[in-house]
Design a protein around this ligand. Sequence first.
Ligand SMILES: NC(=O)c1ccc[n+]([C@@H]2O[C@H](COP(=O)([O-])OP(=O)(O)OC[C@H]3O[C@@H](n4cnc5c(N)ncnc54)[C@H](O)[C@@H]3O)[C@@H](O)[C@H]2O)c1
Length: 320
Amino acid sequence: MDDLKNATVLVTGGAGTIGSHVVDAAIAEGVRKVIVYDNFCEGAERNLREARAQRSAEVVVLRADVRSREDLDEAMRGVDYVFHEASVLLLESARKPQKAIDVNIQGTFNVFQAALKAGVKKVVWASSASVFGEPLRLPVDEDHPFNNKTFYGATKAACEHIAVSLNFTAGLRHVGLRYYNVYGPRQGIKGAYAQVIPRWCERIEAGQPITIYADGSQSMDLIYVKDIARANICALKSACENDFFNIGTGIETTAKQLAEALLEVTGCRIPPTYEPHDVNLVKRRRCSTERARKKIGFVAAVGVREGLKEYWEWRRHGLD
Ligand SMILES: NC(=O)c1ccc[n+]([C@@H]2O[C@H](COP(=O)([O-])OP(=O)(O)OC[C@H]3O[C@@H](n4cnc5c(N)ncnc54)[C@H](O)[C@@H]3O)[C@@H](O)[C@H]2O)c1
């Protein structure tokens, strides 16, 4: 049984949105030491405030890149467990496919290889619901075919195959988590690649209407970032290996419903505007949560309104 008590863990992308919450969750599990491995291209020191403020675990921050195998080898000496979160995300992958190959595919391969060399006991890593693309059926279970057409999804699918192969050929113990639509504190405050909730919040703060594409019926399976961090802990502590899990809520929220909830939570009275052109790549998202519940004991706990309230509250105080 894998146990985090007194363990040394390394979190790639540990200064990012999800990674920094994984750092906090690992500390809450009683780890002895956390190594944050991040090149800070998107990550921020501010995200590590809570981790740095606590006194139970040693926190070491390495400004380093997953593209450097040497730096990974050096950082992984003596590490028990790795959470791998560093990645180029969806929109940037479309604009910079070579970078997505270098960071997502080569970088993930480097993390796996370094973990094998250092004798790391298990790697829990971020895949994505993007591997499934537009659903052929709902809810999307783990055996749903890969119907992806995005470059980002292609890099994540490649990583899944690499992980399975390294399990077979070299005994890599890993669990890949297919996160759905993640939101919450510390997320995306840099405009260009911001996701829908941060983008809409920015508009509300600027006194501008939020924009809904087409009729607003396109849906997401929204999952709060602290639930995602907890799923990582569940996956690590479970007996599972060489396995993949959907990490979502199993609840579909349309863009229109999300807009209504956000306007209510923020007290904004400016009605949304509608754009006829729909830029969304996937029209519907709803995952089956059964397998994660049964095999790693994970069930999402935070509902959309509660999560949005916490995110909005964080934006009031957490950005400085
Ligand atoms: N946010 C979502 O909705 C979502 C959904 C599915 C999957 N994911 C996956 O979850 C993981 C974390 O995403 P996030 O939302 O926290 O993104 P994020 O951008 O907030 O965090 C990624 C972190 O990785 C770091 N990083 C990027 N390139 C690096 C490199 N070459 N070397 C070292 N560090 C590097 C960044 O500085 C950042 O701190 C990613 O693998 C992402 O693909 C996210």
